[in-house]
Design a protein around this ligand. Sequence first.
Ligand code: 2BA
Length: 147
Amino acid sequence: MNSLKDRLLTDNEIAPLIISADKVAHVQMNNPLQHALLVLIKSGYTAIPVLDSTFHLRGMISKSLILDSLLGEEDFELDRLSTLTVSDCMMKDVPCIKPDAPFSKALSLSINHPFLCVVDQNQSFSGILTRRSILALISKYLHQPPY
Ligand code: 2BA
């Protein structure tokens, strides 16, 4: 009987689990914060990738980063929604993974990150890998009869 570990390691690439770029909500660096907040609220996601005009990954923006950047000395300064852009408050250091990375690497990274950005060798954005898809694969193997 193969162990869960053996079966996960046989499934050695993450490619089939990737949500492709065209299905990922994202914003661009020069978008006003107002636009980014609207995309986050409408999509329902907490955080989404930031791309540049050539579809290269540049960072990540979240509702909490936007709220932080609106906070003035004593109050929220809502005019910043139109004066600041995504590049003013995005997080630049985002967890990334290559499309041919082994599943074990994705599993380790997803302990601390709800999603990983998938980028190719030219840093072009291919999509994301979510914690949900990683857990779903583990669950599938756990509940399948052994072969
Ligand atoms: P969160 O937005 O914090 O979402 C946490 C979990 O809540 C998601 O886990 C998913 O199970 C559920 N969820 C939230 N919003 C949803 C929605 N609009 N439709 C369906 N389910 C929703 P994961 O699926 O593992 O996603 C992890 C993180 O990946 C999300 O964290 C979000 O930051 C990002 N993400 C997932 N799908 C995305 C997409 N299509 N575009 C942009 N970002 C996405």
